[in-house]
Design a protein. Sequence first.
Length: 161
Amino acid sequence: MAEHGHILNKGLVRSLFAAYRAGGIAPVRIRDLDLDHNQMANFQKLQHWGLAEMAADKAGNHRRGYWRVTHAGAEFLTFGRTVPRKVWTFRGKVTEMDHSQQISPLNVWDGYRLPEAWAKALRGCRAGQDGQLGLFIRDAIGEAGDPDYTPATVTPSGAAR
């Protein structure tokens, strides 16, 4: 068997955001989220970056179909942390991370439709140049996410329109 490379892409970040909006860092049942087949089938890849994990009951047994966004995943979504763009795995275990290219949700979602809450928080800010950006976004989406989703477009400079 060979190592497999995985890139954190739009579909994975959208899946993570959907889980965060549905339950914050509490367990959610993936099939209850509005995900397409590709997003559902690849959701488990988020664990390679430490952004999501299988949910367990109080006895520590995994709950089939239930996942939770980790604290690291919540920090990533609220721009409090970056992660490597690419990881390599062998038999489901991470063997290498490319730390030379760290990314945030904007790097993945750049020029794509962002939830209005993020877009509002980004108006007047440039990603990576405003230390308060994460705080603005946390205020905009709240701990469990914004229940109202209205798409907005964010330009490559990070400004919403």
